[in-house]
Design a protein around this ligand. Sequence first.
Ligand SMILES: *Cc1c(COP(=O)(O)O)cnc(C)c1O
Length: 396
Amino acid sequence: MTDKNWDNIDQATMAVWAGEEKTFLEGCAQVPIVNSVSYSHDDVDEWFEVATGKREGHIYSRNTNPTVDVFEEKMRVLEGAEAATSFSTGMAAISNALFTFLSPGQRVVSTKDTYGGTSVVFLEHLPRFGVDVSLVETTDMDAIEAEVDKGCDLLYLETPTNPTMKVLDLKRLIAYGKERGAIVIVDNTFATPINQNPLALGADLVVHSATKFLGGHSDAMGGILCGKEDLIKKAYSFREINGASLDANSAYLLLRGLKTLKLRVKQQNENALALAKYLEGHDKVEKVFYPGLENDPGHEIAKGQMRGFTGMLSFSLKGGFDSVRKFLPSVKYAHRAAHLGGVETILGPPRTASHVELTEEQRAALGIPESLIRCSVGIEDIDDIIADFEQAMKSL
Ligand SMILES: *Cc1c(COP(=O)(O)O)cnc(C)c1O
């Protein structure tokens, strides 16, 4: 197969076919798992050309690997990027991006609600290397811009946020950061490329935990960074040396998952909206956090920048954490676990999972109620999910 033009092709088709044009040994129709650490070159001149990037090919799998290449190409096409490079986990992708593009004396601006691991990089690790970090109130766009005005080499955004589904105005903030010379990175893990493409809104780079919706089956970890070619080259050079490379076996599982990305995400968008509406009307529920609900504070902005509102939502129960204690074990068809984005419904209270290291006061400061449950809505039949929740509510 020859190189394709993806201009008028739907993401469902991209997810199946992008990156698949390479021919593999014996013409196998599926991408093989290439479990080879190195690649032998009988001709030393050819070896030299591959090693110096003058000819296509592979040298050593910490740098590049044929299975991993296909995963990167699929994601590059799905995010509409010039280039993409992969990592062993989402956190590897995020920390590589931050450490590639920030140097001592520089300044990064982000928000208080970033993913837990990302916050730790901002609060504990970047300062050790003399990087000035400013984390702003997540929904205060004016305050974010004011911090950018004080100096900003890198603007790091994440939307919708974990776990309270706050929405940032990407177009506005990206434009503001770019005009002032910052590199703008967006964590698009919750939205997926099906619902949101930050590069099309002007961002320089988009980062994902592939562990979540991209793989979609809760059986492989990975990360991906997509964007401008010159920036991706720099991030790749740093990753190649620090070694946080994606393994071929994981890449294969992620590739297999990616083929159904649009089907899954469409179903999860629909299921989450229906579940959010059910929960909103329930007398045992205190509050529902989902940008798909018309009265949600992020609804209007989300509508402008997202094609769907994601399969993630959270809700708080009346009666404090005691209600969570009763509700969670009563749900029949859900994992009670810390991850998200799988085909199965997954429930996790931030108090015991994502935000367990914070005190009650710190959680309150982030607007996280003690009785909050984060719900990654799966692809199960929505009537079954709602019936299951309804019987579990009876335990309260
Ligand atoms: C899970 C997650 C990460 C980290 O990804 P890992 O693959 O677990 O390292 C980063 N950002 C968001 C929004 C996530 O949900």
